[in-house]
Design a protein around this ligand. Structure first.
Ligand code: NAP
Ligand code: MG
Length: 403
């Protein structure tokens, strides 16, 4: 069989620990035998990030901007313990944060669902995609521990003379205050990414916040979404029979739980952080969550939602064979290859991505799975296998599909 040709390189970003091992296995067994793989390789493993003073991460982000599609392995975000473990020169920032800042994108997370594992919420039939605004709010807030009696104020001084100065609270005792912000430009990009992704995946879009209480802050988000929808996307939504609606977050939660799934739920930064964990847990496993960063100008970065699975890596270093789930990382590759195929008009590459995903799902539905999933199969019709045997089972099914 001739290998499938590519015309534009994928931006390939290698990573750390157990997922770095999975990365190589996936390439060797499931991609390289079938695809004449063209990538521009960036090693985002912590040692190279340290050697290059993290320049490698910035270069990778710029490369995604140049080529349009990237695929990323999970990476360590250093903390004090990692400084020691890797003898780092600096506590480098999260690569995901750095790349997101370059691409200005929104992260969409969706579970891979299979028949054998039913979600905790019985009526969920289709995946729910959570779109989290990954900028500002609590994550860029300023906080102060009020130590004594005194007055707290919110003030603003505009370049052209606009001014605001209002009492937040007259403290009669110690307490706490917090200041958060967001920018119209960032909220607009968030909205554009969400509408674009909804059109691309042909799913309805919901947006929820707390505008009844936060009449300026959350209301601004609501208004921006409505404006962007009406001026840019309404026509296309109507044509495709898609719906956009805003609802109060309380109401959204009730609706999400009662729904069948199959839509995109856009949320502010904190709400998205918390709700994406809730949705992934209710669907089954973190190891089955896919994640794609979409920028408002149409660039894509595919990855798994989970981390580098450190505990398994330490076992691997001791010579133990692990049963680590490669699903989300395989889907990062298939997603990236499908997108490259679509952008370059390479039908064969797109079909390859689809078949790879089918082979994975077939393997799971036949009861061959990694340890983390076996416990979730209620009828006990599944067997835990090692990662290498799981990947071999996928390869066997993939070869049949491609023959
Ligand atoms: P993690 O790597 O996601 O692992 C947490 C636990 O979840 C694991 O110990 C494992 O449970 C289970 N798990 C996650 N993925 C799995 C898989 N594919 N197969 C089987 N089990 C899986 O999160 P963490 O331990 O908090 O973080 C480890 C490192 O990853 C940190 O250095 C962090 O900075 C980094 N991180 C990177 C990203 C990213 O690059 N996107 C995201 C999150 C975290 P058991 O041990 O019980 O089997
Ligand atoms: Mg979280």
């Amino acid at each position: 069989m001739d290998k499938i040709k590519m015309t534009t390189p994928l931006v390939e970003m290698d990573g750390d620990e157990m997922t770095r091992i999975l990365w190589q296995q996936i390439k060797d067994e499931l991609i390289l035998p079938f695809v004449d793989l063209k990538t521009e390789y960036y090693d985002l493993g912590l040692p190279v990030r340290d050697e290059t003073s993290d320049q490698i991460t910035k270069d990778a982000g710029e490369a995604i901007k140049k080529y349009g599609v990237g695929v990323k392995c999970a990476t360590i975000t250093p903390n004090a313990q990692r400084m020691d473990e890797y003898k780092l020169h600096e506590m480098w920032k999260s690569p995901n944060g750095t790349i997101r800042a370059i691409l200005d994108g929104t992260v969409f997370r969706a579970p891979i669902t299979i028949d054998k594992i039913s979600p905790v919420v019985k009526n969920w039939k289709k995946p729910i995609t959570v779109a989290r605004h990954a900028y500002g709010d609590l994550y860029k807030g300023t906080e102060y521990r009020v130590p004594e009696k005194g007055q707290a104020k919110l003030s603003f001084k505009g370049e052209n003379g606009d001014a605001f100065d209002e009492v937040i609270y007259d403290f009669e005792c110690p307490g706490i205050i917090q200041g958060i912000y967001n920018k119209d430009s960032s909220i607009e990009s968030f909205a554009h990414s969400c509408f674009k992704y909804a059109i691309e995946t042909k799913q309805d879009l919901w947006f929820s916040a707390k505008d009844t209480i936060s009449k300026k802050y959350d209301m601004r988000f609501r208004d921006v979404f409505q404006e962007v929808y009406e001026t840019t996307y309404k026509e296309e939504f109507d044509k495709l029979g898609l719906t956009y609606f805003y609802t109060l977050i309380d109401d959204a939660i009730a609706r999400v739980i009662r729904s069948e799934g199959g839509f995109i739920w856009a949320l502010k930064n904190y709400d998205g952080d918390v709700m994406s964990d809730l949705v992934s847990t209710a669907f089954g496993s973190l190891a089955m969550m896919t994640s794609v960063l979409c920028s408002p100008d149409g660039n894509f970065e595919f990855e798994a939602a989970h981390g580098t699975v450190t505990r398994h890596y330490y076992k691997y270093l001791e010579g133990e064979e692990t049963s680590t789930n490669p699903m989300a990382t395989i889907f990062a590759w298939s997603g990236a290859l499908k997108k490259r195929g679509e952008l370059d008009g390479l039908k064969e590459l797109e079909v390859f991505g689809e078949k790879l995903e089918e082979a994975c799902i077939d393997t799971l539905n036949e009861g061959i799975m990694t340890k983390d999933l076996v416990g979730l199969v209620e009828d006990g019709s599944a067997t835990a296998v090692l990662t290498k045997d799981f990947i071999a089972a996928i390869r066997e099914r993939l070869e049949k599909k491609l023959a």
